[in-house]
Design a protein around this ligand. Structure first.
Ligand SMILES: *Cc1c(COP(=O)(O)O)cnc(C)c1O
Length: 227
């Protein structure tokens, strides 16, 4: 199956459940993204700043770029002019920098708080208490150029289905709690980004609103090293 075929298959399936498809194009060439774009895909996820900046410069301007990987504060400035959603906010320090760079660019940048739900210590993300602490902080209350529109999470690698589903359901419960406590009146707080190629069905079952699918659309990745 071609990239276009794969994409249309997922789009049709996800549209039925009202779930948004983020096509994760990391490590793939701009030509692969163009192929997906040509059949209507507009939202792409990248996890490396340099790669995203390079692709953004040569691809159509109406693409919505989502940053889905760990973001270093010193790199925020490179994506602040164009990024549509930063899905991987994992510290107050990072959020402060995003707000600063968004202000410089006269933009409001949408963000998701990445919540740590996996049973591993290799994944980035905020614990539930840390997320609450961030939302209660004076610094956050004063930010004018960022908007937190939901939560993101990554389930444990190679887990049994039951565990994966439990982790996604845990994220959904956290989302509901945070919604009631902090965003009751804000309609924009509505996204739960969870689910990848191997586990998106379980994520949708647990209430995902956006799934991030890479290899099932673009094929296997060849890992490049930038630094
Ligand atoms: C790479 C990546 C994905 C996509 O993974 P696939 O298994 O290829 O679908 C989704 N989310 C994040 C955060 C990623 O880094």
């Amino acid at each position: 199956m071609s990239i276009a075929d794969n994409l249309l298959k997922y789009k049709t399936e996800l549209d039925k459940s009202g779930v948004k498809l983020i096509a994760v194009s990391k490590y793939h060439q701009a030509s692969a993204i163009q192929e997906a774009y040509d059949v209507g895909q507009r939202v792409f996820g990248e996890n490396i700043v340099q790669e995203m900046v390079e692709k953004e410069s040569i691809l159509p301007k109406d693409i919505d770029w989502h940053l889905i990987g760990h973001l270093q504060t010193n790199k925020v400035k490179y994506i602040a002019p164009f990024v549509r959603l930063i899905e991987s906010v994992d510290s107050l320090k990072l959020l402060i920098e995003i707000n600063k760079q968004a202000t410089k660019n006269k933009r409001i940048i949408d963000c998701l708080l990445q919540i740590y739900v996996a049973d591993e210590d290799t994944k980035f993300g905020l614990g539930y208490d840390e997320a609450i602490e961030l939302l209660r902080s004076q610094e956050y209350s004063e930010m004018k150029n960022i908007k937190i529109v939901g939560l993101m999470g990554i389930a444990s690698n190679n887990a049994q289905e039951k565990q994966t589903l439990d982790e996604f359901m845990e994220l959904k419960v956290l989302f509901d709690g945070i919604k009631v406590s902090f965003f009751r009146k804000e309609e924009s707080f509505k996204e739960i980004s969870m689910g990848m190629s191997g586990d998106y069905k379980l994520a949708v079952e647990a209430g995902s609103t956006m799934v991030r699918i890479g290899s099932n659309i673009f094929g296997k990745r060849i890992i490049k090293h930038y630094e």
